[in-house]
Design a protein around this ligand. Sequence first.
Ligand code: GDD
Ligand code: MN
Length: 411
Amino acid sequence: MNVNSLNTLLKVPTGKLEIPESPSNNRTTVNENIHFSLVIPTYQECDNVRSVVRILSELLDEFIPENYELIVVDDDSPDRTWEVARSLIAEYPNLRVMRRQEERGLSSAVIRGWQVARGRVLGVIDGDLQHPPEVLAQLLRGIEKGADLAVASRHVEGGGVSSWSAVRRFLSRGAQTLGLIILPGVLGRVSDPMSGYFMVRRSCVAGVTLNPVGYKILLEVIGRGNVGEIAEVGYVFCERKEGESKVTWKQYVEYLHHLLRLRLTTKQVGQKSSFPIGRFLRFGLVGLSGVFVDMAILYLLSDPTTLALPLTRSKIIAGEIAIFNNFLWNDAWTFADVSQRQQEWHHRLKRLLKFNIICLAGLAINVLVLNLVFNFVIPNRYIANLIAIAVATVWNFWVNLKLSWRVTDVK
Ligand code: GDD
Ligand code: MN
C-alpha cells in the first residue's frame, strides 16, 4: 500500500477536535480500511524520529503487514523534526507526516492525527523511544480479544520506571491520587491514567468533541469516550537517549485544569455522592492561604516590634483582609466557571458581600463549636479547635456554594 504522494505533508484539520465515524477517505487510496493507525506526536525529536519510524515499521511489518499507518504529528519543531520525518516517506510508504503551525500541544496533536487516520484502531506512542515498541503487539492483541481500549501501564505486572528520582515518582503518584479524588470515575478505571501509550477503537471516540488541555490525552478518551472493556499491559518506561522531555511545572497546572474541566463537564457514571469534592479541595486550599494572610497582617499591625496596635482592632482588620483574599481566589479559581458567566461589577460585589457575611457567620460557628466541644466532649483545646475549624469550613463552603456562587442558577 502506498498511502502517500511522495513528500507531501498531511493537511492539518481545523475546527472541532472530533474524530469522524468512518475513516477519512478524502485522499483516493486503494486501501481504505486499514486496521491500525499509530500517531507519533513529536516536538524537537529530530534525533529520534528516524529510529522510531524504523523500529515501528519493522515491528508492524511483521505483525500486521500492509495493514497499518504511522502518522507523525509535529508542532513545527525548530529542529525541523517534520522535515526529517518527511524525508523518510520514500523509504517507509506507510508513514504520513503532519506539520502543525497554528496549534500547539501534545493532546491536540494526537487528536489531529487521529482525525486524518484511516484505521479502525487508533493508537499513540511517544516519539522518543521511551515507550518500548514491542508492547504494541500485546496491546493489539488486547483489542483483538475484544477490549475497547488497551493501555500500556507502568503499574501492573511487568511494568515500572527505569530510574526515576524519588521526587518524580512522588509527583507522579501524587498527581494520580489527586486525580482519583477529583475524578474517580475516570482515573479509577486504569492503573496508569498518566500513560501516553495506548490504543482505542475508533468507534469509542468517534463523534465526540474532545477538549483536552496539556499532556494527558488518555483522561480525555476515557472521560468523554464510550469505552467499555479496558485491557492493560505492563511496560517499563525507558530512559531517554536523545533530546529532552518537554515536561515543566506548566504540565502539572494543565493537568489540574484538565481534571477539573472533565469533572465539571462530564457526567460521572457510578458516582454515589454528589458532593463536589474538587471544589471543596480548592476552597480548602484558598482557606489555608487566608490563614497566612491573617497571620502576616496580625503581625504587621499588632506586634510590639512593628505597629503595636491593639490586638482586637488588629485582628478585625487582619480577618477582613483574609476574607477579601479568600474571596478573590475563590471567585477566580474555586468557582471560576460560575463567576465567568456573571462578571459584571455589581454581581461581583454581591458575591463579595454574601461571602463576607457567610464567613462571619462561620466565625461565630467556629467559636460556638470550639466551646461546646471543649467543655462537653474533648477537653483538649487544640483538638476541639480542629473540629471547630472543620465544621466551620464545611459550613462556609456549602453555604457559599449554594448562595454566593450559585451553580444551579447558571446554565
Ligand atoms: N506534537 C507535539 N506537540 N508533540 C509533543 C509536544 C507538543 O506540544 N510536547 C511533547 N510532545 C511529544 C514529545 O516529542 C514526545 O514524543 C512525546 O510527546 C512525550 O513528550 P515528553 O516530553 O518526552 O514526555 P515525558 O517523557 O516526560 O512524558 C511521557 O511520560 C508519561 C508517563 O509519565 C509522556 O509520554 C506521557 O504521554 C506519558 O504518559
Ligand atoms: Mn519522553
